[in-house]
Design a protein around this ligand. Structure first.
Ligand SMILES: Cc1cc2nc3c(=O)[nH]c(=O)nc-3n(C[C@H](O)[C@H](O)[C@H](O)COP(=O)(O)O)c2cc1C
Length: 186
């Protein structure tokens, strides 16, 4: 039997009225349906990153433990002023070694038609410096307010498309996670 793969799904903002949380919950719940996968949902509102950087005062030990356990990451980020939120940057910056040689997938979210593409594109050079390994494609949630209903459930007309795209992305993420997990033992 194949070894279990642990994926940390990161919500990208702490904003009280955030809609990206619907997309990140969808991504996490989808991952939980996949065999041999453990999902850890990371809501930055549940953590405390008191300062910038990866010195002890910048860390939350619970996030440190999650990043150590994770074999892969899935970041769901809204687009703020053509970039990703500062709270996501602070969370990412709080660790370093635990990211090395682990793959990461991205999902972008916006209330307009671009779907957070600029947020994802601006993440790529920052993520490269962490040692995380980016995939070749992403999933986007443009006009997120139209995709989910008031309760945060995806509307039926979107389900087939998102299931197909997410399945493809998770397959790639898990495949890379297995490769890198073996390789990190060498
Ligand atoms: C500070 C801020 C800046 C934003 N900048 C952009 C932007 O540059 N491009 C865009 O498409 N949407 C932008 N938005 C709107 C978000 O796409 C929208 O809020 C969406 O619901 C996803 O973010 P949320 O999870 O915070 O709700 C911005 C929202 C905030 C709060």
């Amino acid at each position: 039997m194949e070894e279990k793969i642990t994926i940390a799904v990161l919500e990208g903002t702490t904003r009280a009225q955030r809609r990206s949380i619907m997309a990140s919950h969808y991504v996490a719940e989808f991952g939980r349906t996949l065999p041999g996968v453990e999902i850890i949902f990371v809501d930055p509102n549940d953590f405390n990153f008191p300062g910038d950087g990866n010195d002890p005062e910048g860390k939350d030990p619970r996030y440190t433990e999650i990043t150590a356990r994770a074999d892969a990451f899935f970041i769901v980020t809204p687009e703020y002023n053509h970039s990703f939120p500062g709270s996501l940057k602070r969370m990412l910056d709080s660790e370093l070694a635990n990211y090395n040689h682990k793959p990461v997938a991205f999902a972008g979210v916006s209330d307009g038609n671009w779907g957070g593409t600029r947020a994802v594109e601006s993440l790529v050079p920052a993520i490269r410096e962490t040692g995380l390994v980016v995939l070749a494609w992403d999933v986007f949630f443009p006009r997120v307010q139209d995709i989910f209903d008031e309760s945060g459930t995806m509307k039926p007309e979107f389900e087939a498309r998102y299931a197909k795209n997410l399945h493809k992305l998770y397959d790639e993420l898990i495949w890379m996670a297995r490769l890198f997990k073996q390789a990190r033992k060498v």
